[in-house]
Design a protein around this ligand. Structure first.
Ligand code: FES
Length: 339
């Protein structure tokens, strides 16, 4: 049986290859014209060493000089030897350019435009070659703003299995995408994007997880939740979503729906504005304690603006708790980067 192998490069670009049952990851990569670093191809030199973020595999034959027992137990593996038993996500310690590849390019048609809140819009695309587009929930693409040569980065808010792909945009004055969506966008417009990119993606759920979203940082977490709706987790997932004012809230109904669909999923939201009608007023940090972190036995996934990311890190350090893993994506509205 063939499996899908995600090769996540140092520069954030991810390429996907199909690996047949009798193939090594290196063979499958070369067949797809992706030159991951290789030398001996025999498990002797260690040149091809990667880190396996998720999935199971047969590590094959190799000598200790190429991969020590300790490294293998941590999750390092040799693509010239490894054969997948499941879909894999591998971190490759080289750039995509060094592997003579790059971000894949896609064309799509706009099929939906929505004003979701005072400050948030959404758009939905039907990708021309949908079969060719693969991504990990949490990743983003670089979208060329129609009518310009400017690119802006947006995380998928839909899951990898959904036919159409959606994105959230924080509307800003003078923002290229904001102006396009406000003034010109029409259903049927053509859009190009490249990707997928980013190391912020859902890993195998092997312990409780705490999802933290600030504003449109909710998008990648929605994509992760959609994946979890398809593959129910065996550990609890709690999400805390923070916005500035009541008018910024969006997708609360969607989160409510996921509570019914994903076993063990709960969420809360908070609003920073003192005048808010929300039950929780303040920042997401006010809702994080040792209990929500399971005393450190939780993986944290955080997407929000840089001050929020820093505030959460400082807060968690102050609690004296170290999460098992801390994955985060920062986005900066002014530069239109990841949202
Ligand atoms: Fe030498 Fe894989 S290329 S160990």
């Amino acid at each position: 049986m063939a499996h899908q192998v995600a090769l996540s490069f140092e520069d954030g670009i991810t390429r996907f290859v199909r690996c047949d049952a009798d193939e090594t990851v290196a063979e499958a990569s070369y067949k797809a014209r992706i030159n991951i670093p290789l030398d001996c191809r025999d498990g002797a030199c260690g040149t091809c060493k990667v880190f396996c973020e998720s999935g199971s595999y047969d590590g094959g034959d190799y000598i200790d000089e190429a991969l020590t027992e300790d490294e293998a137990s941590q999750g390092y593996a040799l693509p010239c030897q490894m054969m997948p038993h499941s879909d894999l996500v591998l971190r490759v310690p080289s750039t995509s350019a060094a592997a003579k590849t790059g971000a894949a390019k896609y064309t799509a048609a706009v099929t939906g435009l929505e004003r979701l809140s005072r400050t948030t819009a959404g758009f939905t695309l039907r990708v021309d070659d949908r079969e060719a587009l693969t991504f990990l929930p949490g990743q983003y693409v670089n979208v060329t703003v129609p009518g310009t040569d400017l690119a802006r980065s947006y995380s998928f808010s839909t899951g990898p299995a959904q036919r159409e792909t959606s994105f959230l945009v924080r509307l800003t004055d003078g923002g290229a995408m904001s102006e396009y969506l406000r003034d010109q966008a029409q259903v049927g417009d053509r859009i190009e994007f490249s990707g997928p990119m980013g190391g912020f993606f859902l890993r195998q759920i092997s312990r409780p997880a705490l999802f933290l979203a600030g504003g449109t940082g909710l998008a990648p977490l929605l994509s992760m939740l959609e994946q979890l709706a398809q593959q129910p987790p065996t550990h609890p997932i709690h999400l805390i979503y923070g916005v500035t004012t009541d008018q910024d809230l969006t997708h609360v109904d969607t989160l409510d729906d996921y509570v019914d669909v994903i076993p063990g999923f709960t969420f809360e939201y908070c609003v920073a504005d003192e005048a808010s009608k929300a039950r929780n007023k303040g920042f997401v940090t006010s809702l994080i304690d040792s209990g929500t972190l399971h005393g450190g036995a939780a993986d944290v996934y955080l997407c929000g603006p840089p001050p929020m990311v820093e505030a959460v890190r400082t807060h968690i350090t102050g609690l004296g708790v170290t999460p098992a893993n801390f994955y985060y994506e920062k986005f900066a509205v002014s530069t239109g980067s990841v949202q």
